[in-house]
Design a protein around this ligand. Structure first.
Ligand SMILES: [Zn+2]
Ligand SMILES: [Zn+2]
Length: 419
């Protein structure tokens, strides 16, 4: 099926070409960009799109995609699922969805829900390439200390963090697709995290988070004492199996730093496919006085000695849609998970949708159940991307970045005192 690789091949590049937000921020000096599409003119069948990339995408789907009706018909007939190429473009969503108009008309499931999501994706993708200035990517900077950020959901986060340029659902979808990474990390660690004992956090989870928050508190207390600041151990946030999230513009991770304004933070992107965004030759990017991004192009279990020793008070791990339970990836992840459990640090991971997440959780339970404690019960992530991504091969397979989240940690064999 290859769903794993399909899922993971989703590119964030489209968000930053042809009009990257940095250009937008630099403003009107860049006159080369011309507005190609008006906000009222965003829907185009892919084959007739004025944007070359969109026409190419349509062709790719026609070559590699499938017709849902064909697949169902052959499967029903007891034959291996087969399909003709989807040359027919649905007039409502503009995607090449079926082999013929007849097969399109027979597919009730398409018109019922999928078509609406595809239509939204069509307009969103055209909007990103419309040539307009993408003001929603002009993000606010540091928070005033007296303003308390609300991390219950996107709406309250964006409001309390003064994201004033986001004024439509479409803009929110664009922004959430990239902000989901730094904000999911920040919201999980933060003292006002949406994950509490009443919302998924286990007693073991509370212990782990209290350790990290003790360090953050110390950073807060030390902020005015110059000498203390020098002695501080940074918070180390490891992102394992990093792909798209390592390629985001580094300044996006300032949104994590702003959530923990007094903490020095080192983010380590580790993974065989990890490429630093701005400059491939550099392995360290200093984003601000308190935020440093480091890139290690290797497996965590091979590179572990670069990072040891580990301390649950300063170190936390994230794995964004790792696919730990996917047949093709499972054995590859095992040595990494084994090392992770030995660190006794908190590990959080996300999934693309319910099934993806549950597959990973099941594999973890089967492979490491007796060696680990759950910190956060699997659940929907309030800071998931608001955008659906569709696989080229099968438009019925959609994914949402960081749809769900869960947390675990190596078991601590401490002597329990009896009450
Ligand atoms: Zn067909
Ligand atoms: Zn449609």
């Amino acid at each position: 099926m290859g769903t794993f690789s399909d899922k993971r091949s989703i590119s964030l590049k489209s968000l930053f070409t042809p009009s990257p937000p940095s250009d937008a921020i630099q403003g009107s000096s860049n006159r080369r960009q011309r507005v190609l599409l008006k906000p009222t003119d965003l829907f185009h069948p892919l084959s007739k799109s004025p944007i070359k990339e969109m026409r190419e995408k349509g062709l790719l789907i026609q070559q590699h995609g499938c017709c849902a009706t064909c697949v169902e018909e052959t499967a029903k007939a007891g034959k291996p699922a087969a399909t003709r190429e989807p040359h027919f473009e649905c007039p409502d969503c503009g995607y090449p969805t079926h082999c013929s108009e007849t097969h399109w008309a027979e597919d009730r499931g398409h018109s019922k829900e999928l078509c609406g999501y595809l239509r939204e994706a069509n307009e969103d993708e055209h909007d990103l390439r419309s040539g307009r200035t993408l003001r929603e990517f002009e993000f606010p900077s540091a928070q005033l200390p007296e303003i308390v950020v609300n991390l219950s959901n996107w709406d309250s986060f964006l409001y309390t963090r003064s994201f004033t340029n986001i004024n439509s659902n479409r803009a929110m979808r664009h922004v959430s697709k990239v902000l989901t990474y730094p904000v999911t990390m920040g919201a999980t660690i933060h003292q006002y995290s949406p994950f509490t004992l009443k919302n998924g956090l286990t007693p073991e989870g509370l212990k782990s988070m209290t350790a990290l928050r003790t360090t953050i508190k110390e950073h807060d207390l030390a902020r005015s004492e110059k000498e203390l600041v020098m002695q501080q151990m940074p918070l180390r946030v490891f992102v394992l199996g990093a792909r798209a999230e390592a390629m985001l513009p580094p300044h996006l991770y300032l949104q994590l730093a702003y959530l923990l304004p007094n903490s020095p933070i080192h983010v380590y992107f580790v993974g065989p496919e990890c490429i630093p965004s701005a400059d491939e030759a550099r392995s360290t990017i200093v984003v601000s006085t308190r935020l440093v991004l480091k890139y290690h192009k290797s497996y965590f279990h091979d590179a572990i000695w670069n990072f040891a020793p580990f301390d649950p008070f300063t170190d936390v791990f994230f794995m964004f849609s790792p696919g730990i339970g996917h047949p093709k990836a499972r054995s590859g992840w095992q040595p990494t998970v084994e090392k992770l459990l030995e660190t006794k640090c908190a590990v959080f991971a996300t999934g693309f949708h319910e099934r993806d997440m549950q597959t990973d959780v099941k594999a973890l339970n089967e492979d490491f159940g007796d060696k680990m404690d759950w910190l956060l019960e699997p659940r929907e992530n309030p800071f998931a991307s608001l955008k659906r991504d569709f696989g080229i091969r099968n438009l019925r397979e959609w994914a949402i970045s960081n749809w769900g989240i869960y947390g675990f940690r190596g078991k601590r064999y401490e002597v329990q005192s009896k009450q």
